[in-house]
Design a protein around this ligand. Sequence first.
Ligand code: SF4
Length: 272
Amino acid sequence: MIQRRVVLDKLKEELVKANVRLNEEVKRIVAEYEGPFSDVIKENYIISEKECLPLCQDTGILEFFVFLGHEVVLEEPIEKTLNSAVEEVYVAYPFRYSIVSDPVFERVNTHNNTPVVVHVFQVEGKKLEIRFLVKGGGSENLSTLHMMNPSAGASEIKDFVVEFVKEHGAKACPPLHIGVGIGGTADKALVLSKLALTKDFSERHPDPRYAELEEEILRTVNLLGIGYQGLGHGITAYSVHVEHFPTHIATLPVAVSVDCYLCRKGKIVFED
Ligand code: SF4
């Protein structure tokens, strides 16, 4: 059995880290950036880490991807543990509560940044892997879905993603991490596009055709000249990741999600 306390403590540690410490991949890239506000961006992450203050005032909605081994035994439903971890962290630290209850009629703040969004995938084995994104509202508003013509090929998919970033990319505090979900159903494509954002920048798709699509989209997006914070200097995107799934003969869902320049995320693995 994987003890609730073990998952809770590790998760709380990672949630704090994601909010106050710029992830190493981003830090390496940002450290080399010279341009408008580059000093402010660097000063911001140095102060956040030193003072344990959030990297951004928008401390996000938490989205979890849980890969639950079929032999794993838990003390309570994983969703309950994830919500407890977020509540304990957001109440204890100076992190903004960003969640409202009913989305239309009430919009009353829940005052603990829960509930969280959870996707559970049952897999074989004894491991429990938890990935998460701390998703700011600005980047979340740049999510989109296009039910493309089934005959559309890689080049049309690339054009759709690039056009979308060209029109909206500056609104989500670039450089961006771009996730593209292709196939399945409309909802599956959107989840895949988010799952793509949990990958490290350097990871490439194992299928060389999709790897080439990732690289081609990145190359073209970085010719748009949107740059850091949309000010026209430096790169527009750090990386592009594609996740795909079989689909219906008459459909080709393509979803795009982005993460802002902070790319606050985490990955933890436990073994039963
Ligand atoms: S897009 Fe990211 S950096 Fe910009 S305000 Fe939102 S959370 Fe903060």
